[in-house]
Design a protein around this ligand. Structure first.
Ligand code: HEM
Length: 492
């Protein structure tokens, strides 16, 4: 009986999936036989490129307008700064995140800032920018980061310094940085310390559930048709069942934290949850707000730092200049975490960090959904309901924007008259730009500068094994497949 039911169930799912796939395909252009679509459908691009983002970069660099269409996906992809400004500022209302995106992340993020448009977004943006912009929040975040660096990150790296591979001297720096940034963002958002940097312990239940939920949510975007994951969700099977379980665990833990904070009182606490509690009564909404912050501040920072150390390992001349600048600002030999004033004087470090995110942005591409038929400034026609993607990874590698040396890691390119000079944000939308620009960018840069400076002053960190270009795993933020194995040597 149960076998018959199982078969019935399976056939139903298979037929429904096939049907939904057909509908999806018919809405697009399955007959498109252009070179790009052919290469996409047959995956022939993989014979030349290790990452999809590298193939798109190649196509965008070749395109005279800096825009391409992947017809079979109904996706217009652009690396043209004028188009980016048009989408993110000039015609912002015509390019919302849209329903397809909010459905994909809806179970995990609910009505959190990342996942909404319109009034709900405006309310959260206003409240969050008041909080994140305040000096007291910045100092609170800085103290958390400083403590985590001094009491956990440095001792951990020092404990493997100089050891051989067989003695445990090779560390996955990406994993360490992910644990580090999860600890920081949890302390900042909830006032909770998951203690993730204690490598002897398994990842906390919360971190593991959060990880799985974000990974499975991101995978929804890769299914051939949204109807496939929707049916699996309806039936509670496969990856959708796992997603439901991991989201439930995130929900339970978040609810527990909110409940205990209410019980113990929140008016004298500084974490983001306590601050939002002062103006929001609805516990579900509070959970959504804080979970969005976890997602925003976790993998982005660790991804940016992982690429930074990957590049520094190949560029000892940049490392040397960072040390020289630090000696000038803080006095030679100091390996303290710089304070705000000292950090502000470190223009070269600031440039090196921006330069590494130019080549390896943590969010490699970002999509919006067009509300009404439109024509982009470069003449590209976009149809209502189709996806328009801007591509910071490709934009960092465009000769038209950065000149013929665009593929080189050169912090000096950010200098004008001896000081760091920012570029137009629509040419460098690493933190997005326009009306939805990242609210945590100053905090993120402060965190990155604190870590980069302190580790570079104290250690030589070198990638272990033969040089290879990073291969990225599919996900919401750039993660290097297989991690970043490094050897660490404490400087005398
Ligand atoms: C290197 C680190 C970071 C990078 C590269 C980054 C990048 C981005 C990007 C690309 C977006 C736009 C996403 C979208 O709407 O599609 C964004 C939004 C956002 N980020 Fe960040 N982010 C970083 C760190 C942080 C941190 C540490 C926080 C908070 C503590 C944060 C808070 C936010 C928030 C709240 C939004 C939503 C803004 C809105 O929708 O109005 N970010 N970030």
């Amino acid at each position: 009986m149960s076998v018959t039911l199982g078969l019935l169930f399976f056939s139903f799912t298979a037929i429904f999936s096939l049907f939904s796939f057909l509908i999806f395909v018919l809405r697009l252009k399955p007959w498109c036989n252009c070179e790009v679509c052919r290469s996409f459908l047959t995956s022939s691009w993989t014979s030349e490129f290790g990452n999809l983002c590298d193939w798109y970069t190649h196509l965008l660099r070749k395109s005279p307008t800096g825009t391409i269409h992947v017809h079979v996906l109904g996706n217009t992809i652009t690396a043209n700064p004028e188009n980016v400004e048009y989408m993110l500022k000039t015609r912002f209302e015509n390019y919302p995140k849209g329903k397809p995106f909010s459905m994909i992340l809806g179970d995990l993020l609910g009505r959190g800032i990342f996942n909404v448009d319109g009034d709900s977004w405006r309310f959260q943006r206003k409240t969050a920018s008041l909080e994140l912009g305040s000096t007291s929040v910045r100092s609170y975040a800085f103290e958390i980061i400083k403590t985590e660096i001094k009491s956990r990150l440095i001792p951990l790296l020092a404990s493997v310094s100089g050891k051989k591979e067989q003695e445990g001297g090779v560390l996955d720096l990406q994993d360490v940085l992910r644990r580090f940034s999860f600890d920081n963002i949890c302390k900042f958002s909830f006032g909770l310390d998951p203690g993730g940097l204690r490598l002897s312990l398994p990842m906390s239940e919360f971190a593991a559930a959060f990880d799985l939920a974000s990974k499975l949510s991101a995978e929804r975007a890769t299914s051939a048709s949204p109807l496939i994951w929707k049916v699996k969700r309806l039936l509670g099977i496969g990856s959708e069942r796992k997603l439901r379980e991991s989201v439930k665990m995130v929900d339970n833990l978040a609810a527990e934290m909110i409940r205990s904070r209410r019980e113990k009182g929140f008016s004298d606490r500084q974490d983001l949850l306590s601050r939002f509690m002062a103006s929001v009564d609805d516990d579900r909404y509070l959970r959504d707000i804080v979970v969005s912050f976890l997602l925003a501040g976790r993998d982005t920072v660790s991804s940016a730092l992982t690429s930074f150390f990957y590049l520094i390992s190949q560029h000892p001349e940049v490392e040397q200049k960072i040390r020289e600048e630090s000696d000038r600002v803080m006095g030679s030999g100091s390996d303290e975490v710089p304070d705000f004033g000292e950090m502000g004087e470190m223009h070269y470090l600031h440039a090196a960090i921006h330069e590494s995110m130019r080549l390896y942005p943590p969010v490699q591409f970002d999509s919006k959904f067009c509300q009404e038929d439109d024509v982009l400034p470069d003449g590209a026609l976009v149809r209502k309901g189709t996806r328009v993607t801007f591509h910071p990874y490709a934009m960092g590698r465009m000769e038209q924007i950065w000149g013929p040396d665009c593929l080189e890691f050169k912090p000096e390119r950010w200098f004008k008259n001896g000081v760091f000079a920012p570029v137009c944000l629509f040419k460098y939308p690493v933190f997005q730009a326009g009306r939805r620009i990242c609210l945590g960018r100053e905090m993120a840069v402060m965190e990155m500068k604190s870590v980069a400076h302190t580790l570079i002053k104290r250690f030589n960190i070198r990638v272990f094994g033969p040089h290879q270009e990073p291969r990225f795993a599919a996900g919401l933020t750039a993660t290097v497949r297989g991690g970043l194995p490094v050897r660490i040597q404490e400087r005398s």
